[in-house]
Design a protein around this ligand. Structure first.
Ligand SMILES: NC(=O)c1ccc[n+]([C@@H]2O[C@H](COP(=O)([O-])OP(=O)(O)OC[C@H]3O[C@@H](n4cnc5c(N)ncnc54)[C@H](OP(=O)(O)O)[C@@H]3O)[C@@H](O)[C@H]2O)c1
Length: 192
């Protein structure tokens, strides 16, 4: 993990397109089977695609009912780029946040009605939007519970109620990349 300004490489020194050329070389040399990106917004995807020989197959971004990123999803669908949702349960990295995805009343009510856990409702929502999810757990029972989400289906009415929960809220806000005199701010990362 970079800690001070000199640990970072600014984009002015190594643009994303150069890094992508290295990713393509890894693919062409058989060192990687699939190549993709993470935390890319639409502008960054367009920048890569403009000179790419192989487009990114996947973009892994934070996604859950509080951060639905519909515009990014429709761009990715149109451009045949798959999406993976990280922190699909709202993570627990941000202990200072008063927002708790799995304690949301709409999620809890749907969970009760469908005999699911709140975590399963959150995962099912994103899965039914056509997005891969990577929940993390160190607990065997919760790992199983998360896998068993695939045995449940939310109704159209549930999906509509969950769609209304979008707040554009990032639990992982990128502030940890902000260091004194460093080349990045959280704002420059998300809005580049
Ligand atoms: N590409 C990126 O920039 C990026 C950024 C962040 C994260 N990620 C990846 O995304 C994955 C998940 O992210 P995350 O761990 O931050 O968030 P998450 O999966 O949304 O949340 C993990 C938290 O939820 C708890 N949990 C798991 N299953 C549960 C269940 N069924 N009921 C209640 N609580 C449950 C876990 O606790 P227990 O372990 O105690 O069950 C843990 O505290 C990780 O593999 C991570 O590496 C990628």
């Amino acid at each position: 993990m970079p800690e001070k300004a000199s640990d970072f490489i600014p984009l002015s020194e190594v643009p994303l397109t150069n890094t992508w050329k290295g990713m393509e070389a890894a693919l062409e040399q058989g060192l990687a089977k699939h190549i993709g990106v993470s935390n890319f917004n639409e502008n960054q995807l367009k920048e890569i695609k403009a000179s790419a020989v192989h487009k990114p197959e996947m973009n892994q971004v934070e996604m859950h009912p509080f951060l639905q990123q519909e515009a990014l999803q429709s761009f990715c669908v149109k451009n045949d780029i798959l999406l993976t949702a990280y922190a699909p349960l709202g993570s627990l990295v941000d202990d200072n946040s008063t927002l708790r995805l799995l304690e949301n009343d709409t999620i809890k009510n749907i969970a009760k009605a469908r005999h699911m856990s709140p975590a399963q409702v959150a995962l099912a929502y994103t899965i039914q939007r056509g997005i891969a999810v990577i929940p993390k757990s160190i607990n065997e029972a919760r790992l199983l519970q998360n896998l068993e989400t695939l045995n449940h289906t939310l109704t159209e009415e549930d999906m509509a109620l969950l769609k209304d929960l979008d707040k554009g809220h990032r639990f992982i806000d990128g502030k940890f990349w902000e260091v004194e005199n460093g080349p990045y701010t959280a704002d420059s990362i998300w809005n580049a």
